[in-house]
Design a protein around this ligand. Structure first.
Ligand code: HEM
Length: 454
């Protein structure tokens, strides 16, 4: 038995060395050496952005790591990210294929698809989310409606303290979810629905864990995580998010469909299906809806909560925000996107910077062989952009750990949108919902602060 084991171990080692040689590529960015099978995974912090930053100090702003069996090139500076995602954007706009992404997308949706299908669906998504041709409420109206309800819920708490951690602040989760749902399919989430809360808590959990990026531990995660039901909805559930029966909603849309008067994204999609445009079919629609929902709910909710957190921690900053809102709007004034609140906007820019909710963005994959800043990166290499470091590099941010909204204001108090604040990533495959996210986060936050001191 001992002999057989030794032979197996030697065989395995020979296979690994053969693979390693085969994979060796000339002029790859340098990087740490890992161990067989697991690569550099055993040496990683749970917050991978910190480990990447540590390695970057040794190997430079572009380096290679092996995470399990996957070769990954990490972009650890603003310049490297701009060069790859903007200047060579078309070569870096693929997505990773692994167990998790295959299970989650099945070749559909928007988050994990690539090539011509992605190009067509992205163009459609951009148009649909901008509300092009849609007869319905504006983003502004939707958010203000939801925030009016949210304020009532907060009022009903009679100024008693309550937990503002994401999973406990369920009225906010529902308000954010209802804005997105209204835009995509006009359905409202049933208040208090457990499944929605589970999905958001899982997204919150996975985004904090590097497991999300690696994907290979997904099975393990599903076993150990308590919310198995929510996890299944997140990964597999397209027909029913657990809180809205998407299939029923689509069927109803098909019955009521009036191409001349589209009400939402689903109506626009059905029009494309009726025109028989390639890639527009029902399964794609189901996954598309799921992806928009998954990408847009937890991220926006968390950002609003982080902004509240920093205002609670810094009463002097909150005071300034209240003074600005009082001067511009008063307690009962009608908030709109035109309301000019540069200091409050600077608070949000600083929140985006200091709490990068997607610190490593969503991994990309090279679509062909590429040369990047003197290095060679082969086709199908996974690419991770460390947005967190861009927002925390002390060479560009004085005392990056300090929450200081003034960084985003000029000497006249006007808002300055600094290039180095990139929470939504950059280039042709950046966040599809950036515009919606910025609008809703701003309007929800101001609505709350107009009425309450937190
Ligand atoms: C604070 C809020 C948000 C943040 C920080 C955020 C951030 C991001 C980031 C970093 C990416 C990856 C982009 C890349 O690969 O370079 C992304 C992709 C995406 N986001 Fe967001 N997002 C937010 C809100 C939203 C909202 C509200 C929606 C939908 C309405 C949305 C929809 C998407 C979609 C569909 C993608 C995939 C785009 C593609 O692959 O073509 N996001 N987001």
């Amino acid at each position: 038995q001992g002999y057989t084991t030794s032979v197996l171990v030697v065989l395995l080692a020979v296979m690994m060395i053969y693979r390693w040689h085969k994979q060796k590529v000339k002029n790859l960015p340098p990087g740490p050496t890992g161990v067989p099978i697991f690569g550099c995974l055993p040496f990683m912090d749970t917050l991978a952005e910190l480990t990447f930053t540590k390695w970057s100090k040794k190997y430079g702003p572009i380096f290679t790591v092996h995470l399990g069996q996957t070769r990954v090139v990490v972009l650890n500076s603003y310049e490297a990210i701009v060069e790859a995602l903007i200047n060579q954007g078309d070569k870096f706009n693929g997505r990773v294929h692994n167990f998790f992404t295959n299970l989650s997308s099945n070749g559909h949706g928007i988050l994990f698809i690539e090539g011509e299908k992605w190009r067509i669906q992205r163009k459609f998504g951009t148009r649909a989310l901008a509300g092009a041709g849609v007869h319905g409420k504006t983003y502004e109206q939707r958010v203000l409606e939801e925030s009016a309800h949210l304020i009532e819920v907060f009022r009903s708490k009679d100024e008693k303290p309550f937990n503002i951690e994401v999973i406990y602040l369920t009225p906010l989760i529902f308000a954010v979810a209802n804005v997105i749902n209204g835009i995509i399919m006009q359905e409202k989430c049933e208040e208090g629905n457990e499944s929605l809360i589970k999905i958001v808590s899982i997204l919150n959990y996975t985004q904090r864990q590097f497991i999300f990026v690696v994907g290979v531990f997904f099975m393990l995660l599903s076993v150990i995580h308590k919310n198995i039901k929510g996890l299944n909805i997140l990964i597999l559930g397209t027909e029913n998010f657990g809180f809205i029966d998407t299939k029923v909603a689509i069927n109803q849309h098909e019955k009521d469909h009036d191409a001349a008067h589209p009400r939402d994204l689903v109506d626009l999609f059905i029009s494309e299906m009726q025109r028989k445009r390639p890639t527009f079919e029902k399964t794609q629609l189901l996954y598309f809806l799921k992806d928009i929902f998954v990408a847009g709910t937890e991220t926006s909710t968390s950002t609003i909560i982080w902004a509240l957190y920093y205002l609670i921690r810094h009463p002097e900053i909150q005071d300034k925000v209240h003074r600005e809102i009082d001067a511009e709007l008063g307690r009962d004034g009608k908030l709109s996107l035109k309301t000019n609140l540069p200091y409050t906007k600077a608070v949000l820019q600083e929140t985006y910077r200091i709490r990068t909710v997607t610190p490593l963005a969503i991994p990309r994959r090279t679509r062909g062989d590429v040369n990047l800043m003197g290095y060679f990166i082969p086709k199908h290499t996974e690419i991770i952009s460390n947005l967190w470091w861009v927002h925390n590099d002390p060479e560009h941010w004085d005392e990056p750990d300090v929450f200081r909204p003034e960084r985003h204001l000029d000497t006249n108090g006007n808002l300055v949108m600094l290039n180095r604040v990139i929470p939504f990533s950059i280039g042709p495959r950046n966040c599809l919902g950036e515009n919606l996210a910025r609008i809703e986060i701003y309007l929800f936050l101001v609505s709350i602060l107009q009425k309450f001191v937190v």
